[in-house]
Design a protein around this ligand. Structure first.
Ligand code: XMP
Length: 319
């Protein structure tokens, strides 16, 4: 009983009525929620919307290009692309504690976003891709807080000091409805059905200290894993899959020589709610192809392992 074309035109009317002729800014992460929010708001108010896309140097391979291609070129959304990789990497230097890394990445995002917001003095609204489960979760967060194992920094954590009114057009929607809406708005299938990606990005998939060299290795390994999962029709059968960089060197042989290189771990899980998860029983042949390709194609890696830990006791991410 959910009629999509009607829903879209109602949502568009509501946004127009709320915003009037004022300007809106939105932090676009490339994730499903902020992407759908951006597409919907753009449908409603066009160039009154400006998106800010922050490249923190911890994104997946070609992610920035893909976001700019989809929003900037295909949909004609006004997007400011901020390349802040050096800033983020600089602040992460020497930091190896997972929670400390999360705090730095979250704080830097706010800094960068605030700088951009200051350049758009006409903006009166901050749009966010908050969805219904986020609303429920933050309503219960007082009691939940004591049980939080990892602090989550999302685009959502922007401060009230921005003095902007909040525009949250997805507040009543569940994830599957957000996805349907994204398709109806013309977003690519692969973007709308992409696995979740944590706010701190590769920052929590590089164990310990984050270095640009490690991020480059991880990006390549991760892209190969996802590529092969898609080719084997396993991507949609897993809830989340990714590579993890281990800053550990082990010995290998290549041709006549001895190698002494890093280890990459592969993680793929199946879950309904991400609170508990099973490791995915990927075919050995698929794991073998991924391992061969990573070792052959990614310089600096000579060993690939597969994570067979459930949640609990392991978490999905390694940090
Ligand atoms: P864990 O590792 O706690 O992950 O089993 C559960 C889900 O949460 C995601 N995750 C995060 N998402 N900021 C985020 O936005 C974070 O700091 C963060 N840490 C974990 C993780 O990818 C998984 O989907």
């Amino acid at each position: 009983d959910w009629n999509m074309p009607d829903y879209v035109s109602e949502a568009v009317e509501r946004i127009r009525a709320e915003v009037g002729d004022e300007e809106v800014i939105l932090g676009l992460s490339g994730g499903v929620d902020s992407s759908v929010a951006a597409a919907l708001i753009h449908r409603a108010i066009g160039d009154q919307l400006t998106c800010v896309f922050v490249d923190n140097g911890l994104l997946r391979l070609n992610e920035a290009e893909q976001v700019m291609e989809t929003f900037g070129r295909s949909l004609g959304v006004r997007v400011i692309h901020v390349d802040a990789a050096d800033t983020f990497m600089g602040h992460l230097e020497g930091v190896s504690d997972p929670e400390a890394k999360r705090k730095i990445i979250g704080r830097e995002f706010v800094e960068v976003f605030q700088d951009q917001a200051a350049k758009l003095p006409n903006a009166k609204w901050l749009a966010q891709g908050t969805i219904y489960p986020d609303v429920i979760e933050s309503a219960g967060s007082k009691t939940k807080k004591a049980h939080t194992i990892k602090s989550h920094h999302n685009v959502g954590g922007l401060p009230e000091t921005l003095n902007l009114k909040l525009l949250e057009p997805l507040r009543e929607l569940f994830k599957d409805e957000v996805r349907e809406l994204g398709i109806a708005l013309g977003l690519p299938h692969d973007m709308v059905y992409r696995h979740p990606f944590p706010g701190p990005g590769l920052g929590v998939r590089i164990l310990g200290e984050v270095k640009p060299e490690y991020a480059d290795i991880l990006r390549q390994a991760d892209a190969i894993f996802i590529d092969e999962l898609r080719a084997a029709d396993w991507y949609d059968k897993t809830s989340q899959a990714f590579a993890v960089f281990l800053p550990v060197k082990s010995v290998g042989v290549m041709g006549d020589g001895r190698t002494y290189d890093y280890v990459v771990a592969l993680r793929a899980v199946q879950t309904q709610d991400f609170m508990t998860a099973h490791w995915a029983e990927l075919p050995h042949s698929l794991l073998g192809r991924v391992s061969n390709r990573i070792i052959n194609e990614v310089r600096g890696v000579n060993r690939v392992v597969y994570d067979i830990s459930g949640k609990p006791p392991a978490t999905i991410e390694w940090e």
